[in-house]
Design a binder for this molecule. Sequence first.
Ligand SMILES: [Cu+2]
Length: 166
Amino acid sequence: MKAAKHILMFFLFCVTLMACGKKEKKQNQSPSQTETKAASSETITTINLTASDAMQFNKNKIEVNAGEKVRLTLTHTGKMPKTVMGHNFVLLKKGVDLTDFGTEAATATDSEFIPNDGDDVIVHTKLIGGGESTTIEFNAPESGIYDFLCSFPGHFAIMKGKFIVK
Ligand SMILES: [Cu+2]
């Protein structure tokens, strides 16, 4: 009877040890997982830009930090097709005049309104119609203030804004 009690005690001791061991392992794992998650969310900035049938972006100012990775999603919240109400997001290089670019872009019908083989552009999305969505990823350029626009003919008068890199 006494022996049985000892065995039982020893068994309980083992179970306790195992439980503690497991717990410790779990505790060791979770902080590193959190760190990884935090690190990746720090380096990728997500921007959700919408464009409507009313020919409007939901933002006229976008702010990011120099060197960080930007994931920009453009969503066309309207219903009109891209032949009539197409939208894109075009980020211009420094020194490129928005009106000049927008005027020239209107004639670039074979390249979804991106003229000069994209030489004036840092990055751009494809052209989308109502209900569509598109995502691009790029590294933020050096600090400064850049222009962005939709280069579909006539849209840049309203669909434009400042892309500010801090
Ligand atoms: Cu547009």
